[in-house]
Design a protein around this ligand. Structure first.
Ligand SMILES: CC[C@@H](C(=O)O)C(=O)SCCNC(=O)CCNC(=O)[C@H](O)C(C)(C)COP(=O)(O)OP(=O)(O)OC[C@H]1O[C@@H](n2cnc3c(N)ncnc32)[C@H](O)[C@@H]1OP(=O)(O)O
Ligand SMILES: [Co+2]
Length: 133
């Protein structure tokens, strides 16, 4: 794993949170994107080498909607940048981590993504991200 690619933050109202993070970080978000497969709308702020990803649910069955029903707004996942997602999945599986989707799926910002179940990672939802080639 090469760096923290982004930190995902679950929010109820993306527009209001964009304004809040604009004030906090002193810069505008550089993009918004709907990821249909995950049923989320995201916005991204660049912070040095990494990014903050704000996530709002687009449907009631979104993982973000479910998360907000049980918990409050806040850090939802940590995403690590990897060079070869398939070999990282194989390595982590052999180490005993619980992979949620062994086949990488389409993420935001031109990435392929895989998630690890938080029950196998000390309660932290982990995302692996590989740049699409
Ligand atoms: C924008 C696209 C992409 C990107 O490019 O960056 C994204 O980031 S998409 C982000 C949204 N998508 C996902 O989160 C996909 C992966 N998540 C899942 O598959 C599920 O959310 C889950 C993690 C498997 C949980 O689903 P489920 O089992 O249906 O939910 P429960 O509410 O029943 O929770 C079970 C258990 O897990 C704990 N939990 C749930 N979410 C998190 C979390 N984000 N961080 C830590 N722990 C989490 C939850 O509290 C339950 O624990 P117990 O109560 O102790 O059983
Ligand atoms: Co993410």
């Amino acid at each position: 794993m090469r760096k923290i690619e982004h930190i995902g933050i679950a929010v109820k109202d993306l527009e209001k949170s964009n304004e809040l993070f604009r004030k906090l970080l002193g810069k505008e978000h550089f993009k918004t994107e709907i990821v249909e497969g995950e049923r989320v709308e995201t916005s991204f702020f660049q912070v040095g080498e990494t990014k903050v990803e704000l996530l709002q649910a687009t449907r009631p069955d979104s993982p973000i909607a479910k998360y907000l029903e049980k918990k409050s707004e806040g850090i939802h996942h940590i995403a690590f940048d990897v060079e070869d997602i398939q070999s990282e999945v194989a390595r982590l599986k052999a180490e005993g981590f619980e992979i949620l989707n062994e086949t990488p799926k389409a993420g935001a910002d031109n990435k392929l993504v895989v998630f690890l179940h938080p029950r196998s990672t000390n309660g932290v939802l982990v995302e692996l991200c590989q740049e699409k080639k």
